[in-house]
Design a protein around this ligand. Structure first.
Ligand code: CIZ
Ligand code: SF4
Length: 307
């Protein structure tokens, strides 16, 4: 009983401070339910960055991982972007440094460099084009006249995009430690339990999972399909946090998580209490140096001009 009362107090205080600080709370689709509940907007990293760029609020509380807050800051340099837990990083983004990319570009002179949004601002600054899991195939398809294409850092996304576009890609050895926990046998089991369900998986998954899926899409597209598709049951091959949103958006439909192991520890670092502290202290701010910001922005703008 006491817990519930205390929780309510935290939520009330968050609402008060949000007004006082002129702040907006953005939560990635993989955040804990308690964080999604207090968010003004939920979405994937690009959707949230675009909301951040449009808002009139001065402070953006970004509940997600570091590269996402950086992307919001790249698009909104005049706003204060803060993270409730700044230690929330993305292991995949950390698998490639700007030096790694410079070296790869040197090894392939003339190649155009495309990089997933799951990269640091410093890596984005070295890219010609940024992409997300929603538009990766479209970006590569738009580069028909380019002989060689570097596609980093996710080897599984690169493999998927390569198959879809028919282009050979120069890839890196990055991957998402959470999505690779979803195994082909998980889908076989879930399909047996739920024979009428449609399988949708994220392109960060293993090729053997992707090949068993009817839809291979980003979280924003999963949310869209769940709403618009007449199918009533879905097996969902992505991080566990999305299920909460899918169920809330579609109370008459059923969503089955492909694997209980698909939990990203970094996405779960943010809590309501940390959001409250962040609003109280206006910390920790995520800022990108102007030089890196301008270059990274160019890669994002180039992507936006394609899609
Ligand atoms: O871009 C994002 O938000 C990520 C990493 C996941 C997704 O597909 O929404
Ligand atoms: Fe990074 Fe994977 Fe976690 Fe997304 S789910 S933040 S790609 S480690």
């Amino acid at each position: 009983m006491k817990m519930i009362k205390e929780d309510k107090k935290v939520i009330t205080r968050i609402k008060e401070l949000k007004k006082k600080r002129n702040a907006v709370i953005l939560a990635h689709n993989y955040q804990l339910p308690e964080v999604q509940d207090i968010a003004d907007f939920r979405g994937d990293s690009l959707e949230l960055s675009r909301i951040a760029a449009k808002t009139e609020c001065e402070v953006i509380v970004f509940c997600g991982v570091y590269f996402m807050a950086e992307t919001a800051s790249i698009l909104s340099p005049d706003k204060k972007v803060i993270m409730p837990d700044i230690s929330a990083g993305c292991p995949m983004a950390n698998m490639m440094t700007a030096d790694d990319l410079r070296k790869l570009k040197k090894e392939h002179p003339g190649a155009v460099a495309v990089g997933y949004v799951n990269t640091s601002a410093a890596v984005k600054a070295e890219l010609d084009y940024c992409c997300t899991s929603t538009n990766a195939v479209a970006v590569v398809n738009a580069l028909k006249d380019k002989k060689d294409i570097i596609f980093v850092p996710d080897k599984y996304l690169a493999d998927y995009v390569s198959k879809k576009s028919g282009r050979k890609l120069i890839s890196w050895h990055g991957f998402c430690p959470t999505h690779v926990k979803i195994l082909p046998e998980d889908l076989i089991r879930e399909k047996k339990f739920h024979p009428r369900a449609k399988v949708m998986s994220h392109p960060e998954c293993l090729a053997a999972v992707v090949s068993q899926s009817e839809l291979v899409v980003s979280t924003s597209q999963m949310a869209k399909h769940a709403r618009e598709d007449s199918t009533k049951e879905f097996i969902v091959g992505t991080e566990a946090g999305l299920i909460y949103r899918l169920k809330q958006d579609n109370p008459t439909k059923e969503f089955y998580l492909a694997s209980e192991r698909a939990v990203c520890p970094n996405m779960k670092r943010t809590t309501q209490e940390k959001v409250l502290w962040a609003l109280e202290e206006l910390k920790d701010e995520v800022k990108v140096s102007e030089d890196i910001r301008k270059k990274a922005r160019r890669a994002i703008d180039r992507m936006l001009s394609i899609i």
